[in-house]
Design a protein. Structure first.
Lengths: 617, 618
């Protein structure tokens, strides 16, 4: 799993184009609208160029001839052209408004869909803020790119071409004078925009750093206050925000230079054309109307010329955004069936997203007999672990008999949580295999596997939904009030009824904030509500006080009587829930037995459970 | 959202004083903002920049003057320079040439200077605002942070500041340019020809009405859109942060469906906003182009009639095109203004919160230690605590903890143990009564002095980005590497830290830096050990430790921290064993108080629990 990132230096305009071409699949459905809109925009721009010609005609014709009817006709033409221009510009926006919002939404939905299906190891590596900025700012940039630069690079190109032709036709010397600054302006823009893009990217990174400090100072507020460190935090923040200010000012300097050039050079050319034109008019080589028309056209072309620079800059940014987007989209999602060695004899992976009523083929060779959970020589190392570090788990052989509860005990950092994450395939074993009732977990679909195994995590996460929804998440679709009540009862989570809206109360980031102990009990209720065949509990009672813990244990005992369970435990009281105990030491299973056996025979275990000093450390 | 539908006065579960009340103002995203606070904030941000803002405005005035002089020179060229040239008088033509050259250079240079200076002003305003939000958030007490979710606080100092930045960077300059060019051009037109100028000014009326209409409609659409994107963001972040339960409980498809609803809503409002802009563009262009046609008609008529010079008409037409060009940009300005105003109001609401735990104006110092013991005496003198919104958590009580004593506090969730600890750490201030440290009221101690006196370690062991060593050094920033390692060794954290890829220099946020919940708690302890306070409070600080880890902590407390006063809140009875004294709390009251031996021997709840626990070890 290697992520290759293109370095900023070797990115050329050509590759920016190639990057942007990757957007085609999303643009394809709206291509007709987009092309029509571009065509309409070209039409509108050209209409705007016709207006000075009408002016010329009026000045040189009816005005000079004192012909009132001609003046009326000219004004009517202007009015009609003006209306047409306004409506066409509106039409362009109307044509693309909904489709482009649609493209943005489609890309966001795809990103979300894809991210949900990427391996957990991916999410370990990527901060959610990084993913979020791809789903929001980057996509917004892309929508703007499709709406403006993509269309207007074309439109302005055509407009400039037409305008220049018109000017050259009117008076080729003046036309050439006007054209002189076009090249230096564009070159300056391209050069400075590229530098600007680099500085802008640096500013973006510094904003990210600043955000990190803000985030941490909020999340770690108790530590900062507890140690009276808010002054040093403020200092760090100040330093970073000063650096950011410096970068922003550098950005402003570049911007000021670009604008200085953009404002001055064309203005100089227009001035030169004016002087030259005046001489020509005086000599009678040029009509006054032509000069007026010429200068109007020159003015009308100023924006298209000026804008090339920032349109290119926006395109560059859009290319970066596209790259960032596909950086994530190119990660391979979890595939349905095993890729390791299992071969073709098992079953072909059902295509992603198929919601057919057929059961996955794997179920046919699925549960054959009651066998419980079995680890066969399971080894695991994190995909991103440094090459020289030891594996997290080494050749684990463990059998949890059907209906049996097995406690998993080990010192801090011995790999208990890692081991439990392998059962629902949140991580994939590096070698060896795990079977549930005889069926290899890699042979069944994740959907099926995870409907068999219910998990309560050490970090109890509730989603923005009602208490009932959060708990019933763990049950099959038909479950309702009775199941909910039972689960809340087991987890001693009856406090839910006393919440403002009972079990309908919204919790999570958007709702009522609950204490750690309350969240843990709801997470436990979620794990037991579906009466799963297999239950994995990762230190499920750590945040409970002694009184509640005792009550939960009493209720859990009944649930565990007929469930095959793996329970990570730190405390004798939790261990006593289990029939047997496995001792995990340095990523290996060191001993298996009942609590009392191990307490007597295994020094490390006695040390872990009673804190006795026999274990010579 | 949830708050509005709640019947007022609905009873709050007695067990959970810490959960947010349904009628709590913190349920809303916008804190109650005193009227005028937003304007006052803006004023106070700009006040120190007065001089520079004035200079910036002057630059812009001059720059506009230079830019808008062009058509005037055109008029002069056609009406004066052409006839003069025909008389072989080159003067006016040279004047035109020089004038245009100067205008071009001046407008370029002034533009450059303006951008630089205004960027400086903007960045200083932002620096100031960012600093204020940060310092204020840090100064607000822990109970505020417990109610105002971290997500909201973070978006105050990120996205809300960002939208102000957009307004300052793009919007304000646009607005000023638009207004200035309106004024200039109108003046020029009026000067060139009163009649033509008056017609152009008349077109401002429908334009103004249009802008007002757009502003009203856009405000609605943009509010809907920002609400829609906020919902998308929340769903997105929640899914990614909770990816393990999402996977384990097979929520992918359900989430896709939920997300589709939110995403579609955003798509619709997004389209609405774009269409609103399209309507505005059509409307403003129609008005502008009609006005141009009307003015040209009248002007041409008069030129034909000989009452208007041709050059004046040409200049008027050139001005008119410039006059109506910035109208589109006015629309964009209104957009950024809309969102910046909303953001600024939220920020003003946050800044208007007064810290409920203020620093003392004239701090006192702690007396010198009475004996060679490093501990200090703690006295709760007639202390009562309730939330400002009502609901008593701790009824009035007195408690004295002699210097050097280790006190364990036990009791069920919501019994008030944590509140007691937070009062002692001065995370909260008592509603009535005083908390004294060696006879000095905690409220009279400056923060550094207070933290030499009292340090609290909580259950949630948050690690800051940086190395493990840096995280431990938070306890005492000037500690040497040796002292850091000493602290880690004392707490039993040295072994696991050494086994990390870069040992003490491992970055906790980088690859390979996986640190379990228990290990994080050990780091938190090492921090406290390094801080070496007179009073140490442990609030369920051992919940994720295994028993040897807990023992190591206890050993450290009896050796390294020997003689310190300690308050230990524990769920585990094993923690209680080392205590000199045990307090059992229930419903905010201390119901049992004695040595562990006394309580075990007694008949209270503690005795029952202790018996059950001993049995589990047998």
């Amino acid at each position: 799993m290697v992520t290759t990132r293109a370095t900023d230096e070797d990115r050329t305009d050509r590759s920016a184009v190639r990057t942007l071409l990757r957007l085609w699949p999303y643009v394809r459905p709206v291509r007709l609208r987009l092309f029509t809109a571009a065509f309409v925009a070209i039409l509108a721009s050209c209409l705007a160029l016709v207006i000075p010609l009408v002016l010329k005609w009026m000045v040189d014709g009816p005005v000079a001839d004192r012909d009132p009817a001609g003046v009326w006709l000219g004004a009517l033409c202007l009015l009609l052209l003006g209306f047409a221009e306004a409506l066409l510009f509106g039409l362009r926006r109307w044509l693309v408004a909904r489709p482009l919002a649609g493209v943005e939404a489609a890309m966001r939905a795809d990103l979300y869909r894809h991210l949900q299906r990427l391996p957990v190891a991916f999410h370990d590596r990527w901060a959610s803020g990084q993913l979020l900025s791809r789903g929001t700012t980057d996509l917004m940039l892309l929508r703007m790119f499709l709406a403006f630069p993509l269309t207007f690079l074309l439109v302005n190109g055509v407009t400039i071409l037409v305008g220049v032709i018109i000017m050259l036709l009117q008076d080729w010397t003046l036309g050439l004078v006007i054209l002189i600054p076009a090249v230096p302006v564009m070159v300056t823009c391209v050069i400075f925009e590229r530098r600007y893009a680099a500085v802008a990217r640096r500013a973006q990174d510094q904003v990210g750093d600043l955000t990190t400090v803000v985030e941490e100072s909020v999340l770690g507020i108790r530590i900062i206050k507890g140690f009276g460190r808010h002054r040093s935090q403020a200092r760090a923040f100040k330093e970073l925000s000063r650096t950011l200010r410096g970068t922003e000012l550098r950005k402003a300097r570049l911007l000021a230079t670009i604008w200085g050039v953009i404002v001055t050079l064309p203005e100089l050319a227009i001035g030169a054309a004016l002087v030259l034109g005046t001489v020509q008019v005086a000599d009678g080589e040029l009509s006054a109307g032509t000069l007026v028309a010429f200068l109007s056209t020159a003015l009308a072309l100023r924006w298209p010329v000026d804008s090339i620079g920032f349109l290119l800059a926006m395109s560059q940014e859009a290319a970066t955004a596209t790259e960032r987007y596909f950086e994530v989209m190119d990660e391979t999602p979890e595939t349905e069936a095993s890729q390791r060695g299992a071969g073709l004899d098992r079953c072909a992976a059902p295509p992603r997203g198929v919601t057919s009523p057929h059961k996955p083929a794997a179920e046919n060779d699925g549960i054959r007999f009651n066998d419980g959970i079995r680890f066969h020589e399971v080894s695991f190392r994190y995909p991103d672990a440094p090459a020289d570090s030891p594996s997290a788990l080494v050749r684990i052989d463990l059998h949890v008999r059907p209906g049996e509860s097995m406690a998993l005990v080990g010192a801090t950092g011995s790999g208990k949580t890692t081991l439990t994450a392998l059962v629902p395939r949140l991580h994939e074993v590096t070698s060896g295999r795990i079977t549930l009732d005889g069926a290899d977990i890699t042979a069944m679909s994740r959907e099926q596997l995870r409907s068999l195994v219910a998990v309560a995590f050490e970090e109890p996460t509730l989603f923005s939904a009602s208490v009932a929804d959060n708990v019933l998440m763990g049950a099959s679709d038909g479950a309702g009030e009775p199941e909910l009540e039972r689960a809340l009862g087991v987890a001693q989570a009856d406090f839910a009824h006393a919440l403002p809206h009972g079990t309908g109360t919204q919790v999570g980031e958007q709702g009522l904030s609950l204490s750690g102990g309350q969240r843990q009990r709801l997470a436990l209720a979620r794990a037991v509500v579906g009466r799963p065949r297999f239950l994995v509990l990762d230190d499920p009672l750590s945040a409970l006080d002694v009184h509640t813990e005792a009550a939960v244990e009493a209720a859990l005992r009944e649930v565990l009587a007929d469930t095959t369970a793996l329970i990570v435990a730190h405390r004798p009281s939790t261990v006593l829930l289990a029939d047997r105990v496995a001792l995990l030491s340095g990523g290996r299973i060191a001993a298996v037995g009942t609590h009392h056996e191990l307490l007597r025979t295994n020094a490390e275990y006695a040390h872990l459970m009673a804190g006795t000093e026999e274990a010579d450390r | 959202m949830t708050a509005t539908t709640t019947a007022p006065g609905k009873e709050q579960p007695a067990e959970e004083p810490e959960s947010r009340r349904p009628d709590d103002p913190f349920d809303q995203d916008v804190l109650p903002t005193p009227p005028g606070a937003t304007a006052a904030l803006l004023r106070s941000l700009l006040a120190p920049m007065k001089a520079r803002v004035a200079v910036t405005t002057l630059l812009l005035l001059l720059q506009q003057a230079a830019v808008q002089a062009g058509p005037l020179l055109v008029a002069y060229a056609i009406d004066s320079a052409v006839p003069a040239f025909r008389r072989d008088d080159l003067g006016p033509l040279i004047a035109v040439a020089v004038g245009y050259l100067l205008c071009a250079l001046a407008s370029g240079i002034l533009q450059y200077a303006f951008i630089l200076l205004s960027a400086r002003v903007n960045q200083d305003v932002l620096l100031d605002l960012r600093g204020r939000i940060f310092r204020h958030a840090q100064a607000l007490s822990v109970d505020f942070h417990e109610r105002y979710t971290s997500g909201r606080l973070i978006s105050r100092s990120t996205t809300d500041v960002e939208s102000l930045r957009e307004l300052l960077d793009e919007g304000l300059q646009e607005l000023v340019t638009v207004i200035l060019s309106f004024v200039y051009i109108s003046a020029m037109l009026l000067w060139l020809d009163l009649g033509l100028g008056a017609v152009a000014m008349a077109s401002f009326v429908p334009l103004y009405l249009l802008v007002r209409l757009y502003r009203r409609r856009a405000a609605r659409v943009y509010t809907l859109r920002s609400t829609a994107i906020a919902a998308v963001i929340v769903k997105f972040v929640e899914t990614m942060n909770g990816i393990r339960p999402v996977r384990a409980f097979r929520r992918e498809a359900a989430n896709d469906a939920d997300f589709r609803v939110l995403n579609t809503r955003h798509e619709r409002t997004n389209g609405d906003a774009l269409l609103e802009m399209a309507r505005y563009v059509v409307g403003s262009r129609l008005v502008a182009n009609t006005a141009v046609a009307g003015i040209v008609l009248w002007g041409a008529y008069r030129v034909a009639g000989g009452t208007l010079a041709l050059g004046v008409l040409a200049a008027a037409v050139l001005y008119l095109r410039r006059l109506y060009d910035p109208i589109d940009r006015l629309g964009m300005f209104l957009n950024s203004y809309q969102s910046a105003a909303a953001s600024l109001e939220k920020i003003a609401g946050l800044l208007a919160q007064t810290p409920s735990v203020p620093e003392p104006k004239s701090p006192r110092r702690l007396p010198a230690l009475a004996s060679e013991h490093p501990g200090r005496e703690v006295v709760f003198d007639g202390v009562r605590f309730g939330y400002r919104t009502g609901g008593e958590v701790l009824p009035r009580f007195d408690l004295t903890i002699p210097a050097g004593q280790t006190v364990a506090v036990v009791g069920s969730t919501g019994a008030g143990k944590s509140t007691l600890a937070k009062l002692l750490a001065r995370f909260y201030d008592a509603s009535d009564g005083r908390v004294l440290l060696d006879g000095v009221d905690l409220r009279e101690l400056a923060v550094p002095e207070l933290r030499r006196g009292v340090v609290m370690v909580t259950q949630e062991a948050f690690l800051f980005s940086g190395t493990v060593a840096e995280n431990i050094a938070i306890g005492r920033p000037d500690a040497t590497r040796e002292e850091i390692e000493q602290a880690a060794k004392a707490i039993g954290a040295h072994d696991f830290i050494s086994s990390l890829p870069d040992g003490y220099d491992t970055d906790v946020r980088k690859r390979g830096g996986r640190i379990s919940a228990g290990q994080r708690q050990l780091v938190a302890f090492a921090r406290a050990l390094l801080a070496d306070p007179a009073v140490l409070i442990l609030d369920e600080a051992t919940s994720s430790l295994d028993i040897p880890g807990e023992r190591a902590v206890q050993r450290a407390m009896s050796t390294v921290l020997n003689g310190r006063t300690a308050v230990v809140i524990a769920h585990r009875l094993s923690t209680v064993e080392i205590a000199d004294r045990v307090l059992v709390m229930e419903h905010g009251r201390i119901v049992e108080d004695g040595t562990p031996a006394e309580l075990v021997a007694g008949t209270g709840r503690f005795a029952d629990l202790h018996r059950a626990w001993r049995d589990s070890l047998a």
